[in-house]
Every structure is written in structure tokens, then in C-alpha cells.
Design a protein around this ligand. Structure first.
Ligand code: 5GP
Ligand code: MN
Length: 350
């Protein structure tokens, strides 16, 4: 059985807002992922069965692989079409914000959303939602916005309006935000929802193939090079670092998404409990961290690398050269071990 959402007031108001709207704009976060695109396209698909006109606006380009998500071809990239995106938001009857918690996560669109006359709805699973929407349905304990959206649609009485494509959209986010059900995936209810989506014909194999198991030859070579030549591990500190210069990235014709998941690889080594990947950009270094157990990479990123994120997955932008970022990481190994000795010790036993 699927537990009720326990948001009667919010659902009632959301139902009214949908009834009153003709033009709905859906907005999702920067560098949209499978959950962002899947929840947006599923929401649009269901709204279209009610005769609504729905546009999806994204702050910047999405990964090529996400073009395989049903309905994702018709999204508007606000970086390419800023005036059009601004006008759509300004003219909307209803603005639905999916898979992000604060206006900062949608870059320049945040300002337009806050200025728009239309009522706003936020449906999301990140911690600390900002208070800007008339209806906020925030469930940080849920593994994906798609999973939450499924329950919202059920609560609205719209389960019968789902079809094969919208079921595939929802399953996409549920799979991508849990690494294909390998983390944040212990809630038994997830599998009840998956079962319902499969009954609707969701294309699970297609999602796996396109979102998890498709790489260009260049990407395979770049990742292999990075692991062979540019990964350093410090077993005594439980740490690993992978670094790639711009020149190296260019050599393998790097495009966005090519190194997705690379930062996780060192965590497969027994005893390695946190890992950083550094990618040299033109005027900064993009860092990405992952960890096991209670090792708080969000704090490491926030304290030293201009970023933040979740306990086990975080990132940031370091202002300086790649070499100085590497030196900083190395200089933190000992202090980290001291500061997080219990967390590192416990994680090593996982
Ligand atoms: P990724 O390593 O996949 O780029 O990011 C993992 C998580 O780290 C994201 O979901 C986000 O919460 C956080 N994150 C990544 N980059 C940044 C950043 O530059 N600033 C902050 N505050 N968080 C980030
Ligand atoms: Mn998400």
C-alpha cells in the first residue's frame, strides 16, 4: 500500500490553482538531472491530459542523455532564449518549481520567478526549502522529486491520467536519484510505486541503457585515463583524489556529463571513504566530493572549496589554480583525519 501524502491543505490548494490556470510554467534546477527533467515532463504530460498549456523552462543546457526522456525535447533553455523564458514566466498563470529548494538554484530565472504575478508551487526533496511559494510540498526524506510527484498526482486524483510515457518520466528520476536504487532506496514503498509504473508500461530497460550505460568512446577513454594516470589514493587517510586539467579534458573532447560518476569510483576501494574530483575550468576549479557513512563532505566543501551539498555528495567552485587546489586537498588530509576520526573509522568498517 502507498501511504497517503499527509498534505491535505496543500493538495486542495494545488488542485484549485491547477483548475484556475491555463498557462502553466514548470521550472527546474541548473544542470538539470534525470529527476529534474523526469518530474517536469511527467507533470507536463499529466497536465496536458487536463487541457493545460505547459512550458518547461530550464536555466541551462541539459545532458544529451536526457533527450531520451519522453517529452524532454520540448524544453526551453533559458540561457539560449533568455527573453522568451522571461516572458513565459511573467505571463504564466501558475509557476511550478520542481526539484529545487531555493531561487538561487535556477540562476537568472530566480529573479523572474520572484517578480512574477502568478502563484508559485514548490514540489521538492532538498533540505531547507525557501519560503517563496504559495504551496510548498517539501519532503527531504524522500529519495527523488519524481517519487514525491507520483504521490502528489495520486493525492490529486490524477493517477488514471498517467500513461506509459509519464510513467517512464517518473521512473527516470526515481532511478537516477538513487543510482539505480543503490542508495537512498531502502524505503519499501519505492518498490510499490515502481510496480505501479511498470504496470503502466514504464520503459525500465531503456532508462537503464540511456541514463546509466551509454558513454561515448572519448568519455570511456577519458575516464580510463583519469583512473590510470590522475588518481591518487591515501589509504592511511581513507582519501582519494582525481584531477584533470583543461588540456587533458580537451584532449578527450570533454563534454558535460562525460565524467559523471567518476568521483564515485575510488569509493569502491576498501578503506577509501571520501573522494574528490577536480576539473579545471577557465577561471576556477570545479570540485565534486563523495563519501561513505557519516564523513561530511558537504562540510569539507563548505569550509574549504566554496560550496556545500549533502552529507555524502557535495561540490563547490574553488577560485585558484588546479595545483593550489590539489595542495589544499593534501594539506587537509591530516586535519580531516583528526577532525573526523570517528566518522572515518566507522566508514572504513562499512
Ligand atoms: P555533483 O558532484 O554531482 O556536481 O554535485 C553533488 C551535489 O553537491 C549537488 O547535488 C549539490 O547539492 C552539491 N553541489 C555541487 N556543486 C556545488 C556548488 O558549487 N555549491 C554548492 N553549494 N553545492 C554544490
Ligand atoms: Mn532530485
Amino acid at each position: 500500500m502507498i501511504k497517503p501524502l499527509d498534505a491535505d491543505k496543500e493538495i486542495a490548494r494545488l488542485g484549485q490553482l491547477i483548475d484556475q490556470s491555463e498557462n502553466i510554467v514548470v521550472v527546474t534546477h541548473m544542470s538539470p538531472d534525470g529527476d529534474a527533467i523526469g518530474s517536469s515532463t511527467a507533470f507536463r504530460g499529466v497536465m496536458e491530459t487536463l487541457g493545460k498549456d505547459v512550458r518547461i523552462v530550464i536555466p541551462d543546457m541539459m545532458l544529451e542523455s536526457l533527450r531520451k526522456v519522453p517529452g524532454s525535447k520540448e524544453v526551453i533553455d533559458a540561457k539560449r532564449y533568455p527573453d522568451f523564458a522571461r516572458k513565459l514566466i511573467a505571463d504564466a498563470d501558475l509557476i511550478v518549481c520542481l526539484d529545487f529548494n531555493t531561487p538561487e538554484r535556477v540562476a537568472q530565472l530566480g529573479k523572474h520567478i520572484l517578480e512574477a504575478q502568478a502563484p508559485k508551487v514548490l514540489i521538492d526533496h532538498h533540505l531547507h526549502p525557501a519560503d517563496f511559494a504559495e504551496v510548498t510540498i517539501s519532503r527531504p526524506e524522500m529519495s527523488s522529486t519524481c517519487y514525491l510527484l507520483f504521490k502528489v498526482l495520486c493525492a490529486l486524483g490524477l493517477f488514471p491520467n498517467l500513461d506509459r510515457d509519464t510513467a517512464t518520466d517518473i521512473l527516470t528520476g526515481m532511478m537516477t536519484d538513487t543510482g539505480n536504487f543503490s542508495y537512498n532506496a531502502s524505503d519499501p514503498e519505492i518498490y510499490v510505486v515502481v510496480s505501479e509504473l511498470m504496470k503502466l508500461g514504464a520503459d525500465k530497460e531503456g532508462i537503464y541503457r540511456h541514463q546509466f550505460n551509454t558513454d561515448s568512446l572519448d568519455a570511456i577513454r577519458l575516464n580510463s585515463f583519469a583512473l590510470l594516470e590522475r588518481m591518487k589514493v591515501w589509504p592511511e587517510y581513507g582519501a582519494a583524489l582525481i584531477r584533470l586539467t583543461r588540456e587533458e579534458l580537451n584532449r578527450f573532447h570533454y563534454t558535460k556529463g562525460d565524467t559523471e560518476g567518476l568521483v564515485n569510483r575510488p569509493l569502491a576501494i576498501p578503506g577509501i571513504v571520501y573522494s574528490m574530483f577536480m576539473r579545471e575550468e577557465d577561471d576556477y576549479v570545479k570540485v565534486s566530493m563523495r563519501s561513505l557513512g557519516e564523513v561530511p563532505v558537504n562540510r569539507m566543501c563548505a569550509d574549504h572549496f566554496g560550496g556545500g551539498g549533502h552529507l555524502n555528495a557535495a561540490g563547490g567552485e574553488y577560485r585558484g589554480t588546479l595545483d593550489s587546489a590539489v595542495e589544499l586537498f593534501k594539506s587537509l588530509l591530516k586535519p580531516n583525519l583528526k577532525k573526523y576520526s570517528k566518522e572515518i573509522h566507522d566508514a572504513k568498517k562499512l
